[in-house]
Design a protein around this ligand. Structure first.
Ligand SMILES: NC(=O)c1ccc[n+]([C@@H]2O[C@H](COP(=O)([O-])OP(=O)(O)OC[C@H]3O[C@@H](n4cnc5c(N)ncnc54)[C@H](OP(=O)(O)O)[C@@H]3O)[C@@H](O)[C@H]2O)c1
Length: 222
């Protein structure tokens, strides 16, 4: 039987490439988008409307996922914002808005999906090396974005410990510097290559509670 993957924020960028990749690999794909629409059609593709900052939207989306999929093998929390990537001075409203999506929204959606995820399943939180604490030198930009990805990484760690009893693996994944609206045109790799490498990580069955760079398939030290 085909495995079922839920991918958030799949209408563009890395998420869209992940949708195409998992369809090509024979998965049943449930993609979430803020409009409830996506530019492609496929017999194995379902689309559901989801804004992770809205509790009501999460509630409706999870009900729909339950109705259509019953269970989830793999949840990829890809949706995210980079609101201050070009800013050196944090503005509190920007910090709050960033956390609403990258941390609180992601956590709320994930917690609402936990009953649907099968024992032995997988959760990938798409994080970033920009959230790493273990770096000698940090460029002083993107305070909100960096803090949000650090917080997300701690969620990965605590959730992985909590879900060990169900053998659910939880990982943070850095997708690479990717040519998307967020990554910009100067980025290193295409969304398709990033999705390919994320899929290869999935095949490796990563140890739970670990952080990986997709592009070169190496483990990161948080
Ligand atoms: N690109 C890079 O170089 C890079 C590097 C490291 C990590 N990442 C991470 O990789 C992930 C994907 O990045 P990307 O470059 O593909 O970004 P992107 O092109 O800007 O796409 C972001 C996606 O997230 C969705 N989204 C934003 N806010 C949302 C919300 N409140 N509820 C639901 N969906 C929401 C967007 O939907 P709309 O279209 O409706 O806005 C869009 O589908 C992000 O978590 C990002 O932090 C990216």
């Amino acid at each position: 039987m085909s495995k079922k993957v839920v991918i958030t924020g799949g209408n563009r960028g890395v998420g869209f490439a992940l949708v195409s990749k998992f369809l090509a690999e024979g998965f049943l794909v449930m993609v979430t988008t803020r409009t409830g629409e996506i530019a492609i059609q496929h017999p194995n593709l379902e689309v559901v409307q989801l804004d992770v900052t809205s509790a009501a939207s999460i509630h409706t989306a999870v009900s729909e996922i339950k109705e259509k999929f019953k269970t989830i093998n793999f949840l990829i929390n890809n949706a995210g914002v980079g609101l201050d990537l070009d800013q050196n001075h944090p503005e509190i409203d920007v910090v709050k808005a960033t956390f609403e999506t990258n941390v609180f929204g992601l956590l709320n959606f994930t917690e609402s999906c936990l009953d649907l995820i099968v024992d032995g399943g997988t959760i990938y939180n798409i994080s970033s090396v920009m959230g790493m604490l273990n770096r000698d030198k940090i460029v002083p930009n993107a305070t909100a974005y960096r803090m949000s990805k650090s917080a997300l990484n701690m969620y990965t760690k605590t959730l992985s410990a909590r879900l060990e009893v169900r053998n659910i693996s939880v990982n943070s994944i850095h997708p690479g510097w990717v040519k998307t609206d967020m990554g910009g045109d100067d980025a290193d790799i295409t969304p398709e290559f990033s999705a390919q490498r994320i899929f290869e990580l999935y095949l490796k069955k990563l140890p739970t509670g670990t952080f990986w760079a997709a592009e070169n398939q190496i483990q990161l030290n948080w």
